[in-house]
Design a binder for this molecule. Structure first.
Ligand SMILES: Nc1ncnc2c1ncn2[C@@H]1O[C@H](C[S@+](CC[C@H]([NH3+])C(=O)[O-])CC(=O)[O-])[C@@H](O)[C@H]1O
Ligand SMILES: O=C(O)C(=O)Cc1ccccc1
Length: 247
């Protein structure tokens, strides 16, 4: 398969019926461009992953990257830590994504222990881990499945381990929410998306990407066992949280 990367033009022509968004071959081919132009703070969140790992990850521990897509999280970690510092397992249910992530790791960081599994993160058998990353992935699970997954991840974390949870969020206050969504659309427009692309993608994501409020996330983290969590990053309606398992 080609590893070329294209500009995202998926929603640029008028569609009679906008299909549900899915991580198919077409999305995979333009994914780096799509995510960079569509997720405010994506690069900053990735940049901090390595710094957070340097501070919190036990030497040699396992790191899980759930919904790893093309492996950007793994590459960020490999750029910040030496090969013996961690063993990485990326998991993605999309074979097209996972295969490209494998190829990228083989090309870019062959010395590092980078594994990619094609699996559903809800069914995966987790081994003990020092760090678990959910970068813009939980939002794609049916809301009823989110509690059970977080509770299992808490169990898999070693004492002193950390969970990074990055998400698109919704604001409980309708005015604050409208302001953030409108500025988010401005952000997309400034990144070259047309009004039609913005509205067709919005329709395609309806009931596929279901955002929670930050409060709902922190409540869920607490219910799952985490005594402490905080929002360390927020940019419009996108945020990243960290949750700590007591050491
Ligand atoms: N049940 C599931 N099991 C496994 N994978 C899943 C599941 N549901 C969705 N996915 C996968 O989760 C990923 C979400 S993208 C993550 C970006 C990445 N973290 C990044 O830092 O570049 C986010 C976005 O595109 O906004 C896709 O690759 C799906 O195939
Ligand atoms: O584009 C959007 O509206 C988003 O919410 C971000 C996004 C990025 C990549 C795939 C799906 C959603």
């Amino acid at each position: 398969m080609s590893d070329a990367s294209y500009r995202d033009a998926i929603f640029s022509t008028p569609l009679d019926r906008v299909a549900r968004f899915s991580f198919d071959e077409k999305v995979v081919a333009c994914f780096p461009d799509m995510i960079r132009r569509s997720v405010p703070g994506y690069g900053q969140v990735l940049g901090m992953l390595g710094l957070i790992a340097q501070r919190h990850l036990r030497h040699g521990a396992r790191v899980y990257d759930l919904g790893c897509s093309l492996g950007a999280g793994g590459l960020a970690l490999a750029g910040a830590l030496p090969p013996e510092a961690f063993a990485y397992t990326g998991i993605d249910v999309s074979p097209a994504m996972a295969e490209r992530a494998r190829q990228t790791f083989a090309d870019e960081c062959p010395e590092h222990a980078m594994q990619v599994d094609i699996a559903d993160i809800r069914q995966f058998e987790y081994a003990p881990a020092g760090m678990i990353v959910l970068n813009f992935t939980l939002q794609f699970l049916p809301p009823d499945d989110r509690d059970a997954l977080l509770a299992r991840l808490y169990q898999a974390l070693e004492p002193g381990g950390v969970l990074i949870l990055s998400e698109k969020t919704v604001d409980a206050d309708e005015y604050d929410n409208a302001w953030r969504v409108e500025r988010y659309h401005d952000f997309k427009r400034a990144n070259g998306y047309s009004d039609m692309e913005i509205s067709q993608k919005r329709n395609a994501l309806e009931n596929v990407l279901v955002p929670d409020t930050l409060e709902a996330h922190h409540d869920r983290l607490k219910r799952s066992g985490f005594a402490r969590s905080m929002t360390w990053f927020q940019y419009l309606n996108f945020a990243s949280m960290i949750a700590f398992k007591e050491g």
